[in-house]
Design a protein around this ligand. Sequence first.
Ligand code: 3AL
Ligand code: ZN
Ligand code: ZN
Length: 507
Amino acid sequence: MEYMLLWRMLPLLALGASFLFLFYVQNYSSKLPHKECSLLPYQRYWIASKRIVTPQGVISGAVEIKEGKIVTIVKEEDRHWNSKEGHVVDYGEAVVMPGLIDMHAHLDDPGRADWEGFPSGTKAAAAGGITTLVDMPLNNFPSTMSQETLKLKIEAAKERIYVDVGFWGGLVPENAFNSSSLEGLLNAGALGLKSFMCPSGINDFPMTNINHIKEGLSVLAKYRRPLLVHAELQQDSESHLEIKEGSDDPRLYSTYLKTRPPSWEEAAIKELVTVTKDTRNGGPAEGAHLHIVHLSDSSSSLDLIKKAKSGGDSITVETCPHYLAFSAEEIQDGDTRFKCSPPIRDSANKEKLWEALLEGHIDVLSSDHSPTLPELKLLDDGNFLKAWGGISSLQFILPVTWSYGQKYGVTLEQLALWWSERPAKLAGLELKGAIAVGNHADIAIWEPEVEFDLNDGYTVYLKHPSISAYMGSKLSGRTLATFVRGNLVYKKEEHAPAACGVPILAR
Ligand SMILES: NC(=O)N[C@H]1NC(=O)NC1=O
Ligand SMILES: [Zn+2]
Ligand SMILES: [Zn+2]
């Protein structure tokens, strides 16, 4: 009789057990990253190399990664690490460096995704060793200048980004005196704000004056987040107004150069340093920080920044690879791929930029990757005055800085400082920017000595490779692999099947 009861109960028991099993699998597996996020099927593993760039210097050894974070770093000589404890990926002599953080890129998504877009831009980033991008609030449509428009960005990024992406919000006349609007944007997670002191090239992103900037800083002080400023102030007395269609040849680079002299940068920075005084200790905007983007003028503009820094202002400055790689003398007439603002100046200016970077007066590097449609670059026409201003570079920033930096003795540690550690600090990314225990396992593996020709045979992931000023050049430094939070997102011309980058929102 009891046996009979047991037999009858069996199907019920089996059903219960399978429910329990399903419950377990669902709950447990949801905690594991999607296996399509990574080209490496391990949760826990070691990366070994003879050249690992840490804040304490370059070491030979191994880094242990567990569930997306760096948990151990050991030197070769301290052989406590036991390879049996996990899978080891041995990269030999290749360099293991913190992934690059490009704090200034325009991915134009949503609204102008045909210019670049999150999938193409972040695939290019991953292929170039970049593990985090901070996206600019303009060139996408609508511009990111409110809580609602930031939400559109986050929505557009969903399952479409291959690396992590943070967002700057826009400071524009419309929101500058509306602190609740700015606070809404900052509360929604913007890592800081960005504004222009000259026309931005995009009608729906109008320029700010120094009063707007002062207001922006006072709101940012409370959040301890930065304001990034495009520092060029149009000087009517000179230059561009005198350039009339027909009298100066718009195909000559020298014509374009005359339209944006260094005095524009100098005038903007002169105004900025009157308000950065507020950021000093005890000042009314203490806690805010002003960051000058893409400095080109290495003379008077830089002197003003140095003076403000020495006075205790919270101010930093970046330059970009194109100002370090190219000089005005080399730009061919009609080659609008090189048009950007502020413009690329002469070679003496370039030498001084390098000097300032090496001496620490320029703090950080960024790409200012600002693509567009090839037809708006006017490559056939070659009209420098009408072509889109912006350089396409994202995938190449590491080999460009490395290749052009050879002449100046640039070291791996310097690259890590300019491209990872300092941008992480500026953007407030606490767990990124260095190979250190507890940090996200955001890692670039690359071979500095390997040369390549950036020609049609090279796999470029940017949406419009033809508009990049770097096409046709020979560079050294090939990316082998890129890890984002422990996921192997790129390996030798292959991306992970799923886009598992996450939006980074300030809290
Ligand atoms: N709108 C936009 O991306 N402008 C950028 N392009 C450029 O060359 N400088 C910039 O500020
Ligand atoms: Zn700019
Ligand atoms: Zn820009």
